[in-house]
Design a binder for this molecule. Structure first.
Ligand code: ATP
Ligand code: MG
Length: 574
């Protein structure tokens, strides 16, 4: 392809609307353009890299025995009513009525549609297992679309769904998908981790997210430095608190703490460690108040709390001062568990504490030497808090580290949630009717491109991993008016193209400096320069975008060298 003929509208300045680097660079390099909030056009280079990701996804899904199909994007509201999600999904589901006043929606995901297809077309265990996928544009009316391709309203997803006859079969399919995802993101050239993910309130199921490691990621993930353990912060566990031998339990003591409401102020005033102060928070769960106790130096993990309460995180929030007072009769800052009439949940860590401080339940007072089950009894004691880097791995006891990630894939064992709701059944080998056991498997294709850029860039532009770069080589003709140089550049272009290398030939009548800048911005892995050194010494220069290392070679050697470099870098994982 010739640069001069392609639509590559690069920009000199960072567009002011773009907050994160992938969004800035995708706009600046002319990969995407915004049509409206969260909705983008993919220009030729943007589409080229998306197609690369799609191709890897397809090859690995097919290798794992999945079949590609394509489901409708417009879905009937009735189907969503059958699954119960018409009410539950909320405003992210874009709904409309057609000319016959039939309620419809744009597909944000396809569990309903695929389950509907299978219930009418698959009847026997003999036809199972089945694993079906599609690559398609999804629409989610995200409340805050942002960061370009990272969180769009319209975006490209690979979504897959599996149907098995037995639990063991479903687990084996899940494992196969886990392996396929490992291969997909490895082949994309990304640094990533599969992490244990929260499954919400669907019981008995399990789930992993695939996270591209990048400081700008929206998710915090917990990784063991010593073993394979990795989990999303929402789900991360640690070594359970060791039971400690109780010291002599001291008598409760009421102390005046005038005006001391904040943890730092209270502990300083009392001369105790924050580990020895237990804070009492009030949350509103489905508009009903509950108290949550935890060490004052720990933070609540909302998803864990929502799961412990059996509510959706959307229906869980911290109470405001008025709600706290209405529920407890105590001003915030002096709240304690003793005498509370609302349900109390305590974090497991409290089982390790003795003679700790709590709010006294009256203004300007705290209590010293409180003890669990002697002075108050929570209804629930469970893990409710955020893991910290001081915690130890739940599997091996090793040190944990917290890092940021971007969710590019999510696999989920669904069980029979949708097959039961939609009455999708098959006859098992005993002739009995059973609901299909399902799994679902998503990859954010367009988000993967953004994540790749978040992970791989420098001040000059993107640095694409070779397997998903829009082109493998950018060949700069540095003197388009010079016949010898132009002939050499064209010859090299032909040689590479004939050998299956994807080359972008920069044949524009521009200064070398501006070609170098654009080449860096576009992030194409190999830059080849045919210019002055060729005219003087017959040499062309190959520059590696990632490392900056350069190599000067005679023209005739440059082609074969590039072919070898690229082919050897694209060898598939075993
Ligand atoms: P998130 O937590 O980021 O909102 P999700 O958990 O709702 O995502 P899934 O339903 O698991 O997303 O969708 C599968 C994949 O689709 C995600 O792993 C992600 O890569 C991608 N994805 C989801 N929402 C968006 C979006 N708004 N823009 C781009 N990609 C998205
Ligand atoms: Mg997800």
């Amino acid at each position: 392809m010739r640069f001069s003929q392609l639509l590559i509208p690069t920009l000199k300045e960072n567009p002011s609307e773009a907050e994160v680097v992938s969004h800035q660079l995708l706009l600046r390099a002319g990969f995407i353009r915004k049509l409206s909030s969260g909705i983008y056009s993919y220009l030729p280079l943007g589409l080229a890299t998306i197609r690369k990701v799609e191709r890897i996804v397809r090859e690995e899904m097919n290798r794992a025995g999945a079949q590609e199909l394509l489901l409708p994007m417009v879905q009937p509201g009735d189907l969503w009513k059958e699954s119960g999600r018409w009410e539950k999904y909320g405003p992210e589901l874009l709904r409309f009525t057609d000319r016959h006043a039939r309620e419809s929606c744009l597909g944000p995901t396809h569990e309903e549609v695929i389950t509907d297809l299978i219930r009418f077309n698959v009847h026997s265990y003999r036809e199972l297992p089945l694993n079906l996928y599609q690559i398609q544009t999804k629409f989610r009316d995200e409340i805050r679309p942002r960061f370009g391709l990272m969180r769009g309203r319209e975006f490209i997803m690979k979504d897959g769904y599996s149907f098995d006859a037995t639990e063991n079969g479903a687990d084996a399919t899940y494992k196969k998908m886990h392996e396929a995802y490992q291969r997909i993101f490895t082949r994309c050239g990304l640094a990533f981790r599969a992490v244990e993910a929260d499954t919400g309130t669907i019981g008995g199921s399990f789930s992993h997210e695939f996270m591209v490691l990048a400081d700008t990621g929206e998710d915090t993930i917990v990784i063991c430095k010593a073993c394979e353990y990795a989990a999303n912060m929402e789900k991360a566990r640690c070594q359970p608190p060791e039971p400690t031998a109780a010291p002599p339990l001291l008598a409760l003591a009421r102390v005046e703490t005038p005006g001391k409401k904040k943890v730092a102020a209270v502990t300083e005033f009392l001369g105790i460690s924050p580990r020895n102060l237990v804070k009492t928070l009030v949350y509103m769960a489905e508009d009903k108040p509950v108290a949550v106790l935890l060490r004052s130096d720990h933070e609540v993990q909302t998803v864990k709390l929502a799961n412990a309460l059996g509510v959706n995180t959307d229906n869980l929030r911290l109470a405001d001062d008025k709600e706290i007072f209405d529920a407890t009769g105590v001003p915030s800052g002096y709240l304690g568990p003793i005498g509370l009439t609302i349900p109390i949940l305590a974090d497991s860590e409290l089982t390790r504490l003795h003679n700790f401080a709590i709010g006294a339940g009256e203004k300007n007072f705290h209590l010293l030497n409180a003890n669990l089950n002697r002075d108050f009894t929570p209804q629930t004691i469970t893990d409710l808090r955020q893991i910290t880097s001081e915690d130890l791995c739940p599997l091996c006891g090793g040190a944990l580290s917290l890092t940021r990630g971007i969710e590019v894939g999510h696999i989920f064992k669904l069980g029979t949630k949708y097959s039961e709701a939609l009455k999708a059944t098959f006859l098992d080998n005993q002739g009995a009717e059973q609901p299909f056991i399902m799994g679902c498997y998503g990859i954010g294709v367009s988000r993967t491109v953004a994540a790749a850029i978040e992970q791989n860039h420098d001040k000059d532009g993107m640095i694409f991993p070779l397997p998903i770069a829009p082109f493998q080589v950018i060949l700069l003709n540095l003197s388009p008016k010079d016949e010898a140089i132009t002939t050499a550049a064209n010859e090299l272009y032909d040689h590479l193209s004939k050998n299956g290398i994807e080359v972008l030939l920069d044949d524009r009548d521009e200064r070398p400096g501006s070609k170098f800048k654009d080449a860096d911005l576009l992030g194409i892995p190999y830059r080849v320069m045919v210019g002055k050194s060729f005219a003087e010494k017959g040499l062309v220069e190959i520059r590696d975008r990632a490392t900056g290392s350069t190599l000067s070679l005679p023209l005739l050697e440059a082609g074969p060298r590039l072919v070898t470099l690229i082919r050897s870098a694209l060898v598939l994982p075993p």
